[in-house]
Ligand binder design. Sequence first.
Ligand SMILES: Cc1cc2nc3c(=O)[nH]c(=O)nc-3n(C[C@H](O)[C@H](O)[C@H](O)COP(=O)(O)OP(=O)(O)OC[C@H]3O[C@@H](n4cnc5c(N)ncnc54)[C@H](O)[C@@H]3O)c2cc1C
Length: 499
Amino acid sequence: MTQHAVVIAGGGPTGLMLAGELALAGIDVAIVERRVNQELIGTRSRGLHARTIEVLDQRGIAERFLSQGQPAQVAGFHMIRLDISDFPTRHPYGLALGQNHFERILAGWVAELGVKIYREREVIGFTQDDAGVDVQLSNDQRMRAEYLVGCDGGRSVVRKTAGIDFPGWDATTSWLIAEVQVTEEPPWGFKRDARGMHALGKVENSSRMGLVIEQPTGLADEPTLRDVSEALVAVYGTDFGAHSPTWISRFTDMTRQAAAYRSGRVLLAGDAAHVHPPIGGQGLNIGVQDAVNLGWKLAQVVKQTSPDALLDTYHAERHPVAARVLRISMAQMGLRRTDDRTKALGDIVAELLKMDSPRRHMAAEMSGLGVHYDLGEGHPLLGRRVPDLDLTTASGPLGVFTLLHKARPVLLNLGKPGSVDITPWADRVQLIDASYSGKWELPALGVVLAPTALLVRPDGYVAWAGERAQAGLVEALTRWFGNPSRLRRSETALSAAKG
Ligand SMILES: Cc1cc2nc3c(=O)[nH]c(=O)nc-3n(C[C@H](O)[C@H](O)[C@H](O)COP(=O)(O)OP(=O)(O)OC[C@H]3O[C@@H](n4cnc5c(N)ncnc54)[C@H](O)[C@@H]3O)c2cc1C
């Protein structure tokens, strides 16, 4: 039977990112993917939010994506642009970049890291025991892994087989989307009628038409050209001679979230763990960030430098983030209603979002820069993203994100050089003496007190911030990066047993 430490079901954006994170940490990881290659049928995510760009920057690969897309102000709420150009980040913008390009570039990185992708086969089931998971594939192949991660999208077989509930809200509306050739010039742009909001757009550098037609729920899951023609006639009185579709698809506003992101040795990430309408453009972004939260934790558990309870922090941190995204997308769906009362509510929301403080608050949410994991009381940086500050070190200038390229944690000593000692963790945490004289400013929060030391996790979130003394540092190192003496004791016991 084929064996890997970690098997990932699904090589979409989330599965690819997770595979990259695990491979960076030296874990034997493989992806099982249904698709023959990374090509996507149809259109999905149109871009990245600022925090996703930062996350890629933390791994030294942001430029690959930036060079292929168009930086733009993409954060918004209720169709109101939320400009983040004044936010304290190296990337105060989003990136217009289609999901097909995103996946292609990410797959290139994953290939460089040597991840094995088993294509044209599906995970169809699994059983787990105390030591691992037996994964069944559609081609009669079986695989053995210490952990299985379901990154297999909204209809996740892994989630269903694990028996994890997927509570939420059924669809209230659906959209037929397609790309077709036309023989008549359509009226490009948006149209609203009693059925909802529709759009016709010219596909760049081609004679094709992209269309989005809002329809009731309960229609064919796999629509045909005939469905497209009928939908166009119903809204525009003609189908513009639609023919030769490149693809036809449908999506809805169904909104659901897995009740648990973990069941023993099986975990869920991305759309397998949460689905919501694409309004606000969050799905791919939070999937990638799920992967970055889970990757280093799973790597440490596989390497046995941390107990497997560390994996429970993945649900504790990421479930609330997606729950919030789901609520925000439901709020935006509510504001789309066209009755006078909802319009009045929308006008008030628009007024509020023109004011600086609400704009900053919502923009921090929508860009992902405001994510705050609840790691307890303490310095405002605790549980928040570390800013990519320009540090000065004995060997020259250094950006904080550069220290995260290999996905290793770092203790930044910003006080007297040599004043911090983390010898027991020296093999797993980098210790950097540095100085920084600028402001410490966080999106939406503003300027915060400069810390004298920071413990930064591989995902770029602050695990501990020292103000003057080092109180709590040993506890934070132990909590996040394991107890080296306990490991040494078990190694000694093991070699004594072997001897
Ligand atoms: C119309 C539309 C517009 C969108 N716009 C945006 C946007 O602007 N911004 C944004 O952030 N998000 C957007 N999204 C959401 C985004 O596309 C998803 O959130 C994202 O693709 C989730 O990535 P994933 O890797 O978790 O899942 P998926 O992309 O669904 O990937 C799952 C992968 O698993 C494979 N797979 C499935 N089952 C199995 C199995 N049993 N065995 C093996 N392989 C399997 C699939 O082939 C696929 O490659 C949009 C979605 C839609 C439909």
